[in-house]
Design a protein around this ligand. Structure first.
Ligand SMILES: C[S@@+](CC[C@H](N)C(=O)[O-])C[C@H]1O[C@@H](n2cnc3c(N)ncnc32)[C@H](O)[C@@H]1O
Length: 261
């Protein structure tokens, strides 16, 4: 053995694919992604939603190598997308869309963007948004850090929400967690100075990691006194939170202000 470390390569969706160094498979991403794409069969209604509603709700994305990637240099102009200039709120990992549809319906003066890779969840979000008559919402099917970095212009986001991100609770998987120093850098780039990053989790170890990462991140300052933030009153109870509560977990909220470094 030479002792040389063989690089871990990742498949198009960022799953580890421990090929040896001689393999010529192209490396699509240089780090693991925070999701495993569920095949999640679509119902007939979801199929129909995709066909009928995606021209309005789903933003077209130019891809790099992976199917959920975003090509560098393809930033949108929010004013053009929404047909006006307004506060922009972005939710990462919007799941079935309960939070973002409810928020968009309640605040027609702001614009909302849901970033998710779970297609059945995106379809459900479009169906609910359509049923509620919500017009100030758009969806992006993409890996969130790439959407923040390449699709959104710097300093274009007023609020960024990360509610109940996958906890990746096994030690060997924690490197897949979304909220890590590189995410903090990308989030700081997307948020305007004075903007807010809100997070919530039911996994204590991840809550501790979020707070450590963001306390240390240039460009962020705690927007809460005491150990944790108050529950954000604009946050609805989703199935994930309900599940955490049912098994007796504490729900941790955090909020940070984007400050000039
Ligand atoms: C545990 S679920 C929570 C969903 C929702 N926020 C809620 O509270 O009900 C996490 C969601 O984040 C999505 N997700 C994870 N990593 C992502 C990434 N890098 N980009 C986009 N979506 C991601 C997953 O597909 C999943 O739907």
């Amino acid at each position: 053995m030479s002792g040389r470390k063989v690089p871990v390569r990742h498949t198009p969706e960022g799953q580890p694919n421990n090929l040896d160094a001689m393999d010529s498979t192209p490396v699509f991403r240089d780090k693991p992604v925070s999701f495993v794409r569920r095949s999640g069969r679509m119902s007939e209604a979801q199929d129909r939603a995709w066909a009928e509603l995606s021209p309005f709700y789903l933003l077209p994305v130019e891809r790099a190598a992976a199917t959920t990637s975003v090509k560098a240099g393809t930033a949108i102009d929010p004013a053009e997308v929404y047909g006006r200039t307004a506060r922009l709120v972005v939710e990462i990992g919007s799941g079935q869309g309960h939070q973002i549809v409810s928020a968009a319906a309640a605040d027609s003066d702001s614009d909302f963007l849901a970033v998710e890779v779970f297609t059945a969840g995106l379809a459900r979000t479009m169906l609910d948004a359509d049923r509620e008559g919500v017009k100030n919402l758009r969806l992006v099917e993409a890996n969130a850090p790439e959407a923040l970095e390449h699709l959104l212009p710097p300093a274009s986001v007023d609020e960024l929400w990360v509610f109940f991100p996958d906890p990746w609770h096994k030690n060997k998987h924690t490197k897949r967690r979304l909220v890590a120093p590189d995410f903090a850098r990308i989030a700081a780039q997307a948020l305007r100075p004075g903007g807010t990053l809100r997070l919530a989790t039911d996994w204590q170890d991840y809550a501790d990691q979020m707070r450590d990462v963001l306390d240390a991140a240039p460009g962020f300052e705690r927007a809460f006194a005491g150990e944790w933030a108050e529950r954000f009153d604009g946050r609805v109870l989703t199935a994930f939170e309900r599940k955490g509560l049912r098994v007796g977990r504490d729900i941790r909220d955090l909020s940070y202000t984007r400050v000039s470094p």
